[in-house]
Design a binder for this molecule. Structure first.
Ligand code: PGA
Length: 231
């Protein structure tokens, strides 16, 4: 399975160094991807870890103050990048068009995009979940050929489940994941949103899930170990 850790704006320098030391002791067959805050990305990583970024600039290197280019990511051995996380869509006004640009830049540079998609609470309650998923996927993958499309990993994260402790029923998660796999049959699909070391026992019964995107849980190595022992 693919297990990706989204640290968001967490872990100060010393905390991150200790974290890396602790995580280096984990032995697992799963693919572990850490997406640290950008300021932490340049540390030496243990062999059991793949490096991901939480975002990428929509521009190539050059005069773009405050941006991190795909070429810079590449030079730090970044292999994966989150794109279109709901916090960026909501707080930074990231649009489907921008997300499509970022995905193209990542693919040109052999970094695997992890495209985050998911409906809001209101979209769910008005029965629009599939419509939203379809629009987000279609716009993000616009103009990509089949070969490129299959390199994209999808993270299905209902926005109302992120950091809230709320989770859709297994039936609903399964339905959305099957729907996503109909759009992109070759892509791996992760689930994310309030997954923890307890509820994984229930969620893991959904056989269509190819992995997880973990936020809060991923900041605690003791919880990661518990999670990995169950997944
Ligand atoms: P959470 O975050 O696990 O803390 O809900 C998941 C995410 O935002 O990717």
């Amino acid at each position: 399975m693919i297990i990706a850790f989204n640290h968001k704006s967490n872990l100060k320098r010393e905390e991150y160094l200790n974290y890396l030391q602790d995580i280096s002791k984990i032995i697992t067959d799963h693919t572990l991807i850490i997406c640290p805050s950008f300021i932490n990305i340049s540390n030496p990583y243990p062999n059991n870890i793949h490096i991901g970024s939480q975002n990428v600039s929509r521009y190539n290197s050059g005069a773009h103050t405050g941006e991190i280019s795909v070429q810079q990511l590449k030079s730090y051995n970044v292999e994966y990048s989150l794109v279109g996380h709901s916090e960026r869509r909501m707080e930074q006004g990231e649009t489907d068009e921008t997300i499509n640009k970022k995905i193209k830049l990542l693919l040109e540079n052999n970094i695997a995009p992890i495209l985050c998609v998911g409906e809001s609470r209101q979209e769910r309650s008005t029965g629009k979940t599939e419509e939203v998923l379809q629009r987000q996927i279609e716009m993000a993958t616009k103009d990509l050929n089949k070969n490129d499309q299959k390199k994209i990993i999808i993270a299905y994260e209902p926005t109302w489940a992120i950091g809230t402790g709320l989770i859709p029923s297994n039936r609903d998660i399964k339905k959305s994941i099957i729907f996503i796999k109909k759009q992109l049959p070759m892509s791996s699909v992760l689930y994310g949103g309030s997954v923890n070391e307890e509820n994984i026992e229930i969620i893991k019964k959904i056989s269509e899930i190819d992995g997880y995107l973990l936020g809060g849980l991923s900041l605690r190595v003791d919880k990661i170990k518990k999670f990995l022992s169950k997944v």
